[in-house]
Design a protein around this ligand. Structure first.
Ligand SMILES: Nc1ncnc2c1ncn2[C@@H]1O[C@H](COP(=O)(O)OP(=O)(O)OP(=O)(O)O)[C@@H](O)[C@H]1O
Ligand SMILES: [Mg+2]
Length: 269
């Protein structure tokens, strides 16, 4: 068996996370029962930061896996590797988390193929076991182990969605961009800009969020607002900072860029 260094996965310093609607208490109650949890919400709204914060608060190691469509079940549970002495089993991140009692965060699980996703079934029901078929081992999850997944609603096509039998193994928390005053607080604190500047950035974001489905796939996220604030805090002219962080990343459509640019200039010229 592999030796795993639990300390390596501990969240060392308290991550800054602004609680929006009691989600920390809800998560804690779910964790008390080791209930699998799904975090739903658009990109850059704080899901990953929340998991880091909760792992820190609960004192659990955190193992994060970014899922993609090429990912196989072996990438999660582990595989035999060849070395000079022959073959050696190497635990995948999910197996490692199950052994050490970590919180395992599967980011964008829906990207993974369904035959990959089903490996989480036995570990997310009453069995709490992970079968390592190739190795012929059945791993009992450590009592502190918990599985958390993220999910961007709206990005799914019919072909690419979680099966009901996967979805219904999780309790779920809805995430969204927080109300203006809170989001401005977050941006001010994360980027190191004054409250006025942060408020303006949030107002620009609100305009773009209203354009979702009307020429934009997604409005400006909290993450991009933090980037804009950071550029401004570096001394970059606000219009140029917004161009680089709020306009150019979001769309390639020249008309839409002009619309966004005009929104920026309303607040910063
Ligand atoms: N409630 C919050 N408290 C503190 N920071 C926040 C909060 N919400 C968003 N942020 C900021 O927004 C950034 C993006 O958040 P995060 O990376 O958690 O997004 P996400 O929801 O995981 O996005 P994705 O789905 O793209 O992975 C964070 O780095 C942080 O600066
Ligand atoms: Mg994330």
């Amino acid at each position: 068996m592999n030796q795993h260094d639990t300390d390596q996965f501990k969240v060392k310093a308290e991550p800054f996370y602004r609680v929006v609607a009691g989600e920390d208490e809800l998560y804690e109650a779910a964790y008390a029962r080791r209930m699998p949890v799904m975090l739903k919400g658009p990109t850059g709204c704080g899901k990953s930061r929340f998991v880091e914060y909760m792992a820190w608060k609960l004192g659990r190691p955190l193992i994060t896996v970014a899922c993609n469509e090429d990912m196989t079940a072996s990438d999660l549970v582990g595989r035999f590797l060849l070395d000079k002495d022959g073959t050696k089993w190497q635990d995948g991140p999910l197996t490692m988390a199950a052994r050490i009692g970590a919180i395992c965060y599967l980011d964008e699980i829906v990207e993974a193929r369904q035959d990959t996703t089903v490996v989480i079934h036995p570990i997310t029901d009453h069995r709490r076991q992970l079968p390592l078929d190739k190795k012929g081992e059945l791993v009992d999850a450590h009592p502190d182990f918990q599985l958390v997944i993220s999910y961007n609603p709206g990005y799914q096509s019919l072909m690419k969605d979680l099966k009901q039998s996967t979805k219904q193994r999780f309790a779920a928390l809805d995430f969204d961009y927080p109300e203006a005053a809170i989001e401005a607080d977050i941006v001010a604190r994360e980027a190191g800009v004054d409250g006025e500047t942060a408020k303006k950035l949030v107002q620009i974001a609100h305009r773009t969020r209203n354009l979702k489905g009307h020429g934009l796939d997604e409005g400006i996220s909290t993450r991009l607002l933090v980037y804009a604030g950071q550029m401004i805090a570096e001394g970059v002219d606000p219009v140029a900072a917004c161009q680089m962080t709020l306009v150019t990343p979001l769309t390639d459509d020249p008309d839409m860029r002009q619309t966004l640019q005009a929104a920026v200039e309303t607040f910063f010229v």
